[in-house]
Design a protein around this ligand. Structure first.
Ligand code: IMP
Length: 442
């Protein structure tokens, strides 16, 4: 029987990864926040300051990018995992805010193997986007791609490098080298040539201060995870972005540079896939995307605008309006498959409360052929997809105060059951508002 409040849902598995089955921004921050109340370890598994979420708790409202959820649980260890890219200055700002406002915050650990996002990565991100013209990815501009590129080139700085005595000297030298490269690139791009693009003195002083503060937080996250495993503690993975933005399995190049699904969890924890009890896929009751790339069910009309306004669909990191559309079974099922999702948490159901009719995309027509599943995540294939819709009646009742599944209007239950059946993954959690209480279990 479904229940209104169900702590047992969050404690019944020891190792859970929470990710997103779509293009990000499905509200997984709230789910991780709920899970983190019961966890000993919360580990951010991928991405960096490109992700953003707002957490509301007894200490106020926090706008976070890098700090894992669970920061207000004094029993928790919040880890920034090996597969993440950390902007140290940004992290320090968020960390300071938490130390000032939370009575007894969690412990924090930054994996010594996580790569650092440096000032030049952000400049390079912007320049690459400018050079792509119409083919721009629409990145968040947070230096994510260039930082991951340096990681793959094996020339990046890792958090562990901050512990070295020579770090500030190495940073200053690299700053000069990057300045030369960027100045050359700018000339190539025809932008106005400027002798100095960085305020080196300021950046070096800032990095010195940041290093002092972060120094005690940097360490071996593999050992910390293993220790929690030995003690049979609850471990929660917190993904950034969404399965359809996976570097390899998403629609390349309109993707991020990391792995939001189970693969990202493995990289950041060093655990075996068989050790993971479940992967929860945060899934919005409709669809959104920020940035460029195919979105087959996109609504460019008043209905899309209505979804955006009712759902407050503006990027948490960049403030960009999100593209909106009807629920896409085909894309979501693919996201669940490639991210290893075993159960779904359906979010923002209340946003659909006032719609007279709803459409659910149950298939794509590509070059005259019908498909019920993605056969190729390549944007060239997805671009051609014409959605095949099933129309259902809306429930036209306020669900935001509902706290038990059985209290939902029949049509809302039918909608949930329809999505569950078509996607082929059980929906175990339903969210009808941003508050922790606006969550129930099925
Ligand atoms: P990047 O991760 O900043 O390089 O951006 C690459 C693509 O991923 C762009 O389409 C971004 O809009 C998208 N993206 C990055 N982070 C997020 C996120 O947290 N939510 C949703 N989309 C994101």
């Amino acid at each position: 029987m479904p229940r209104a409040s169900n702590n047992s849902y969050w404690t019944k598995s020891r190792i859970t990864h929470i990710t997103d089955s779509q293009w990000g921004d499905t509200g997984k921050g709230k789910l991780v926040d709920l899970a983190a109340q019961h966890a000993s370890v919360v580990i951010k598994t991928n991405g960096g300051a490109n992700a953003g979420h707002t957490v509301q708790n007894e200490f106020g409202t926090f706008k976070l990018h890098l700090i894992p959820s669970g920061f207000a649980n004094p029993q928790a260890l919040c880890i920034v995992g090996t597969g993440c890219v950390v902007d140290p200055v940004e992290f320090e700002k968020e960390y300071r805010d938490i130390k000032e406002r939370v009575l007894s915050p969690a412990q924090f650990l930054i994996s010594d193997k996580a790569h650092l996002v440096m000032p030049w990565h952000k400049v390079l991100d912007a320049l690459r986007e400018a050079s792509r013209g119409k083919g721009a990815i629409g990145t968040t501009g947070r230096g994510i791609g260039p930082a991951y590129a340096d990681r793959a080139l094996r020339r990046g700085f890792r958090a562990g490098d901050m512990l070295k005595k020579s770090f500030i000297k190495d940073f200053a030298l690299e700053l000069e080298a990057q300045e030369r490269l960027i100045t050359w690139l700018k000339k190539e791009l025809g932008e106005k040539y400027r002798e100095s693009i960085f305020d080196n003195t300021m950046l070096i002083a800032e990095m010195k201060k940041t290093r002092e503060i972060l120094f005690p937080l940097i360490g071996n996250s593999y050992q910390a995870v293993q220790a929690a495993i030995d003690k049979k503690r609850i471990i929660v993975g917190e993904a950034g972005q969404g399965a359809l933005l996976d570097l390899d399995l998403g629609g390349y190049p309109f993707v991020t540079s990391s792995h939001p699904g189970i693969i990202g969890f493995m990289i950041s924890t060093g655990l075996k896939p068989s050790q993971v009890d479940r992967v929860i896929g945060s899934t919005k009751a409709y669809i959104t995307r920020v940035g460029n790339g195919p979105l087959p069910t996109e609504l460019l009309d008043m209905t899309g605008e209505r979804l955006r306004e009712v759902g407050h669909e503006y990027g948490a990191t960049t403030g960009r309006p999100r593209r909106t559309g009807w629920f896409d079974v085909v894309a979501t099922a693919y996201g669940c498959q490639v991210a290893g999702i075993t159960e779904i948490a359906l979010t923002k159901l209340d946003v659909l409360d006032r719609f007279e009719t709803l459409k659910v995309c149950i298939g794509y027509e590509v070059n005259g052929k019908k498909y019920s599943r993605v056969i190729d995540s390549d944007p060239a294939w997805m671009e051609k997809a014409v959605p095949v819709y099933k129309e259902v009646s809306g429930w036209q009742e306020d669900t935001s105060a509902i706290r038990i599944f059985s209290d939902l209007p029949k049509r809302a239950k039918d909608y949930i059951h329809l999505l569950e059946k078509l996607v082929g993954v059980p929906i175990k959690v339903v969210s009808v508002g941003p508050e922790r209480e606006a969550t129930f279990y099925h």
